[in-house]
Design a binder for this molecule. Structure first.
Ligand SMILES: [Cu+2]
Length: 383
């Protein structure tokens, strides 16, 4: 070990010790075990997990115990002589029958739980969940409500190289979204899970729900939350560069609050719900259509917040002839993308007004002043 790496290791150990002494609360939060969660199924899953864990612990103690005792007591230096029989029907029966009994004993409750998980009868509402690179889309079947749920702006800015923002200063860093899924408490909710591009996986640990989202297939899962609150999860299937940036947030509301929420959203208002993280600081609805905000969510991962991209992979928009030139080509590439490059088309992900806001923003941000005012109707005409 070189001197400097020794010093670094010592530094790490000191930090660890400091953490343990200064923040006992934080350490207490670091639970190693599976969580109990807030659904009946998550409780059952927790109990199954504990049962099987203890079975494994007992087996490990017995097996390693016998091994260690044999090694110590029957070692050659004590003059032990190996037995020389080669078969023992009795031993073979014992080590077949006992494990079979243990396996069946564990399989019965596990199978019962699986059956309950697959029982969709009496679902009270259905939400279609679609994975995209890299955000989720929620459609409340039987209503007009559907929206994308993307990484919260605070996390999205902090994660950028050179953003100057310390990720540790961001609450729920990489675990927060602009628009959470909202559901009522004590209600059996069925999810239909699919994907639009590659395989994702919708994972909500507090509900014991994890289901692959596969293009061309629809998977089903259900949950019924017993407690209101905000629950956080993540995409659990490596789905590309932005895999770590498509968290899942579910807000479980009381039935009255949910009814009010869905009524407000279903009243033909296409602009989505108040941004949960910036609600306090911003006039939400007006901000929702801010081209800057939308750009930072959908485009800045590649073209960067400052529009300068990361050439050569991701071109600068500040210096782009297309962004400075006639607007039709600009609209076309944003809506339809460019085949064979990372620039995908955004026409299915974003609405007319949102696309218009982003394009106007690009043409007038970063010292540009394109002046053209693209209207939602121009986008509609180009569809
Ligand atoms: Cu994903």
């Amino acid at each position: 070990m070189t001197n400097s790496s020794g010093i670094r290791l010592a530094g790490k150990i000191t930090t660890l010790l400091a953490l343990m002494t200064i923040a006992p609360a934080a350490v207490a939060d670091m639970v190693l075990n599976l969580r109990r969660g807030v659904t009946d199924i998550s409780q059952t899953v927790y109990e199954l997990h504990m049962l099987i864990l203890w079975v494994c612990v007992v087996i490990a103690i017995v097996v390693f115990g016998v091994m260690i005792v044999s090694i110590i007591l029957h070692r050659r230096s004590r003059g032990a002589e190996a037995a020389d029989f080669s078969h023992s029907t009795k031993a073979e029966l014992i080590w077949t029958i006992i494990p079979v009994i243990i396996l069946v004993w564990m399989a019965v409750p596990a199978a019962k739980t699986l059956v309950v998980m697959e029982d969709f009868r009496d679902s009270e509402m259905t939400i279609k969940v679609t994975g995209y690179q890299w955000r989720w889309h929620y459609a409340y079947l039987g209503t007009e409500v559907d929206f994308f749920s993307s990484l919260a702006r605070s996390s999205n800015i902090a994660r950028q190289v050179r953003s100057g923002v310390d990720p540790f200063s961001v609450d729920n860093y990489l675990l927060d979204v602009d628009k959470p899924m909202v559901v009522p408490v004590d209600t059996k909710i069925r999810l239909l899970i699919t994907a639009n591009d590659v395989i994702h996986s919708w994972w909500m640990p507090s509900f014991a729900v994890k289901k692959d989202a596969i293009p061309g297939f629809i998977n089903e899962i259900w949950f019924k939350a017993n407690e209101t609150g905000t629950y956080r999860g993540q995409c659990a299937e490596l789905c590309g560069r932005g895999h770590g940036f498509m968290p899942i947030v579910v807000d479980v509301l009381s039935k009255q609050d949910y009814a009010a929420w869905i009524d407000a959203k279903d009243g033909g208002e296409t602009v989505a719900m108040v941004d949960s993280t910036t609600a306090a600081e911003a006039p939400a609805v007006a901000e929702e259509l801010s081209g800057e905000k939308l750009y930072n969510i959908s485009c800045s991962a590649c073209h960067q917040v400052n529009g300068q991209g990361l050439p050569p992979a991701f071109p600068s928009l500040v210096d782009s002839a297309m962004v400075k030139g006639p607007v039709a080509k600009h609209i076309d590439i944003v809506m339809n993308g460019r085949v064979g490059t990372a620039m995908i088309g955004f026409s299915t992900q974003l609405g007319d007004a949102e696309l218009a806001a982003i394009i106007n923003y690009e043409r007038n941000a970063w010292g540009l002043n394109g002046g053209d005012t693209v209207q939602a109707s121009d986008i509609a005409a180009a569809r």
